[in-house]
Design a protein around this ligand. Structure first.
Ligand code: NAP
Length: 325
């Protein structure tokens, strides 16, 4: 039997509970992953609370869009991976019915990549969603190049930290935005070229000051909501803005400024094998060279999954919360 986290009604973290079910069998073209650890993400909390745009059907709904483990069994026709291989799961678009908060998961073989050497299980659980989102939004979508001044809000969060490191690996210049000046030293140590604390200074003035009056070349908005308008004012004409986050669910209208505006959903890339190959190569190189270092915050057991969601929602920005199975 296998343990799986499910919920039967929308609500707070305590709706999450564990059931036992038969170990799933991989179909043709699939692999079965023995999940060793998974990270919790804001999307999981939205799905649990009933505020996710993606449909979630109750009862028995599941969660989890990332995780790491070892290949446990392979279905017919699978080549290139074998039992015992350590892997990272690259896409779980059907998380509500087949999520990674489980001891075993079957996925198409195309949705796993080798776990980069040099990552322990907890880091491997925490790398994919944050870094693939940051890479996909900045490199694939915005076309980030060396020297670009890149404004990133929610920079102390999982995707924000990843964006700082991805920008540095490319040779771009990350400008980190936080609401809290006490996070400045940590963000600088993480590689931010400049930190704008909105409880201390005016965002527009600070960006203009740092960029010599020209404004940011790229804006990565991980929050959305009314604050997006202020970010737009800090972008130079013909800049690129990528809106990838939902931390502020208040409605906002797309900017009318002369910039290229993209809404970004990671699955548009993580279900595309050509892009996944580039993402995996970028991550493997970054881990090997030490420029991409996922930060793990609290590590909990599966029995404490509700606590993992409480910590996620507290938003301490102390690194990703990981559940080890
Ligand atoms: N498009 C995609 O494919 C994709 C993929 C992954 C994640 N996302 C989304 O990207 C967003 C960030 O994800 P994450 O994993 O980095 O989240 P996270 O780790 O939970 O981010 C936490 C940080 O965000 C900041 N924050 C929280 N609420 C905020 C608010 N209302 N206004 C401004 N800042 C706020 C806080 O930083 P400060 O206190 O320092 O300001 C906090 O430390 C989420 O909405 C997530 O759903 C999208």
């Amino acid at each position: 039997m296998a343990r799986v986290v499910v919920f039967d009604q929308f609500g707070g973290p305590d709706v999450l509970h564990i059931i036992d079910e038969p170990v799933p069998q991989p179909a043709a073209g699939e692999v079965r992953v023995r999940v060793e650890a998974f990270a919790v993400n804001p999307l999981d909390a939205m799905m649990r609370a009933g505020s996710s745009p993606a449909p979630v059907s109750l009862p028995g709904a599941r969660l989890g869009v990332e995780g790491t483990g070892t290949i446990d069994a392979v279905g017919s026709g699978v080549t290139g991976v074998q039992p015992g291989d350590p892997i990272i799961i690259t896409a779980v678009p059907d998380a509500a019915v087949n999520g990674s908060y489980a001891e075993y998961l079957t996925v198409p073989a195309s949705r796993v990549i080798p776990r980069p050497a040099g990552l322990d299980v907890r880091q491997a659980a925490a790398i994919w969603v944050a870094y693939s989102t940051a890479y996909g939004a900045l490199v694939e979508k915005a076309g980030m190049r060396p020297g670009d001044r890149v404004l990133v809000n929610a920079a102390s969060g999982g995707v924000g930290r990843a964006a700082i490191q991805v920008a540095n690996q490319v040779g771009a210049v990350p400008i980190a935005v936080t609401r809290n000046a006490t996070k400045e030293a940590e963000l600088l140590s993480f590689g931010a070229a400049s930190v704008i604390a909105t409880d201390r200074e005016d965002l527009l003035e600070a960006v203009l000051d740092f960029t010599g009056g020209s404004g940011a070349d790229i804006v990565l908005d991980l929050v959305n909501g009314p604050g997006q308008r202020e970010l737009v004012t800090a972008a130079r004409p013909d800049a690129v803005m990528v809106a990838a986050g939902f931390l502020d669910l208040r409605p906002t209208t797309p900017p009318e400024a002369p910039l290229t505006f993209h809404r970004y959903r990671g699955f548009e890339h993580t279900l595309d094998s050509a892009v996944v190959r580039r993402m995996a190569a970028f991550m493997e190189a970054g881990v090997r060279l030490g420029s991409l270092v996922p930060t793990v915050g609290t590590v909990l057991s599966m029995d404490d999954v509700a606590e993992a969601h409480r910590q996620l929602e507290a938003g301490t920005g102390a690194g990703k919360t990981v559940v080890v199975i």
